[in-house]
Design a protein around this ligand. Structure first.
Ligand code: NI
Length: 172
């Protein structure tokens, strides 16, 4: 568990550092035709934080892990993340995830690790899971970080070439 918490903390601070290398203008460029820009990806991660914050709290008052999903692309559209400053989104994302990390840290082990037979994580989780398989809240918390990392990787593609973290650049 400690390793997971350290990974979570390091992921947030590394991302916050790298986000500073992306300018306001750059943050509005879509990665490709019809794809989200860094602002929109980060907006999606803020939506993910907001939804999962609630789920992680609600899970502590029930034996189930059954939660409402959300219309991810539509959420990004209606909130017009493109029109909000990158620097504000970065702060909001960083502080919100700092709180979620704190929440995970203070969640009693018993809540984190108890097996939950009834869940709908096969529908709302990022990683694959069978409907019949019992699952723990900790699995879902780890899934939250996995999902975050996938999208952070997409944002890192927008870093200036000299700051690129691709293997090719690391070799040079
Ligand atoms: Ni996503």
């Amino acid at each position: 568990m400690q390793e997971f918490l350290d990974d979570f903390r390091a992921t947030i601070s590394l991302a916050a550092e790298r986000f500073e290398l992306i300018s306001e203008v750059q943050s509005q460029f879509p990665r490709a035709e019809g794809k989200w820009s860094p602002r929109e990806i980060l907006g999606h991660l803020i939506d993910s934080a907001a939804n999962n914050h609630q789920r992680f709290v609600r899970a502590q008052f029930t034996d189930e892990l059954v939660f409402a999903g959300y219309e991810q692309a539509e959420w990004v559209d209606v909130q017009r993340y493109q029109d909000e400053p990158w620097s504000d989104l970065v702060q909001l994302w960083r502080l919100y995830n700092g709180h979620i990390l704190h929440l995970i840290e203070v969640t009693p082990a018993e809540q984190r690790t108890k097996q939950r037979a009834k869940h709908n994580l096969h529908q709302i989780a990022s990683d694959l899971l069978s409907e019949d398989e019992p699952v723990t809240l900790e699995w879902f918390m780890r899934d939250y970080l996995d999902h975050m990392k996938k999208h952070l990787g997409q944002i890192y593609e927008s870093l200036p070439a000299s700051q690129s973290v691709s293997p090719a650049a690391a070799v040079g």
